[in-house]
Ligand binder design. Structure first.
Ligand SMILES: [Zn+2]
Length: 403
């Protein structure tokens, strides 16, 4: 593998946007970031060990990290081998992701953990699988698009099996804390260093704080699949769990920002931005198996029919309910900018450093800094990805083709 030097791009660290810098990647790590002037006078013999990539005037950012994605390119993370999902995602700048399990039959979820765990050990192409996200099965059956009959009450022997089968790779689990036995589950997950994300829940506010105190740090797609608080009594707006989650500073929040603002209305996205700040929003795709395919009628892994309408990136069930998206991370960034007017570098932060921080990977991923993993995305003003580097290796490149 050649070491790489990236020249002429605009670096998004993502805490700032800087010009006239040259980025050195050595092996699988970021070696250094030096000024263009310094590079002019760099020792020639040293540089001869490197391949130089001209980024044009494109942006050079950390690779995107998608912590909530059920599938793409015909692949479902529960049902199918995931190599084709990894190869698809790398084309859109995603250098790391967590294949995310839908609530399926419990044995199938366990088998999926085993499969992904094995894949992690041998993977050498595409976007890198960083772990597993399990959206359920411990969810409120009345909220979200999961099949009601498949959600479960937490039982130690079951969740221990799921965790042990994942071989240390279960990274996130979404839990509805109102379920009987959920508090014990949350304690067990935290003891095993697994991120607990609150979601698909309709818990009462006082009970919610008791659960949060056990170490919950993340919210699963805030403002989707949660109990609402629109009831008005005596002219007073009810206070609900979503408002509590919005102002709770210790929680990072996944946000689903689709093209038409179907999952979360643009005004609500702006409210999320003001409450959580650029530092606590994690953009996700929540993408389904038909991601990458044209609009039309498809089936989910559990056989239910869904529709993708022309001009949308939202997946709808036949009854009109929402079931995730067909987004890629570049689109999530673009959509969030379109809806909120946030700066490019801030939206990029929500797709790089923030997700890395949410899953405790920010000591090695999500930032352009000496010593970090050499995971890079190069893209234009409109976040069209041109080149992706994973572990210091170019795994997608259309830059040359444009010359
Ligand atoms: Zn999901």
């Amino acid at each position: 593998m050649k070491n790489l030097i990236l020249v002429n791009g605009i670096i998004i660290t993502p805490f700032e946007k800087i010009q006239n810098r040259v980025l050195f990647l050595k092996g699988s790590k970021i070696e250094k970031l030096i000024s263009a002037e310094e590079f002019e006078h760099h020792d020639e013999s040293y540089i001869s060990d490197y391949e130089i990539i001209d980024a044009g005037s494109n942006y050079i950012a950390p690779g995107f990290i998608d912590i909530h994605t059920h599938g793409a390119n015909g692949v479902d993370a529960v049902r199918d081998p995931i190599d084709q999902m990894a190869e698809f995602k790398v084309k859109y700048g995603t250098t790391g992701f967590l294949p995310t399990l839908w609530t399926a039959e419990f044995d199938r979820m366990v088998d999926a953990c085993k499969k992904i765990n094995n894949f992690i050990k041998v993977q050498s192409r595409g976007s890198k699988v960083l772990g597993i996200n399990s959206e359920g099965p411990y969810l409120n059956p009345d909220l979200g698009a999961q099949k009601k009959e498949l959600v479960r009450t937490p039982e130690y022997k079951d969740y221990r099996r799921l965790v042990e089968t994942s071989g240390g790779n279960l990274t996130i689990m979404t839990v509805a804390p109102e379920l009987e036995g959920a508090l014990e589950l949350i304690k067990y997950l935290r003891q095993n260093n697994i991120i607990v994300s609150i979601g698909h829940t309709d818990i009462k506010i006082d009970k919610m704080h008791e659960a949060l105190d056990l170490g919950i740090t993340l919210v699963t797609h805030l403002l989707n699949a949660m109990g609402d608080s629109i009831q008005i009594g005596g002219g007073v707006k009810a206070l609900g769990i979503q408002e509590e989650l919005l102002i709770c500073d210790r929680l990072m929040c996944e946000v689903l920002s689709d093209k038409k603002g179907v999952h979360v209305k643009p005004t609500l996205l702006k409210i999320v931005l003001r409450c959580k700040g650029v530092e606590n929003i994690v953009l996700i795709t929540d993408s389904m198996n038909m991601t990458g395919f044209p609009p039309g009628a498809y089936s989910l892994q559990d056989g239910r029919k869904v529709i993708i309408k022309d001009g949308e990136d939202t997946v709808r069930l036949e009854d009109g309910g929402l079931a995730g998206s067909v987004m890629t991370m570049d689109r999530a960034i673009r959509n969030f900018i379109d809806h909120t007017g946030v700066r490019l570098e801030d939206a990029v932060r929500m797709a790089t450093f923030n997700p890395a921080k949410a899953i405790n990977f920010s000591d090695r991923k999500g930032e352009i800094k000496e010593g970090m993993d050499a995971d890079i995305a190069i893209f234009d003003d409109d976040v069209n990805v041109k080149l992706t580097i994973v572990d210091g290796e170019v795994r997608y490149n259309t830059l040359q083709q444009e010359e």
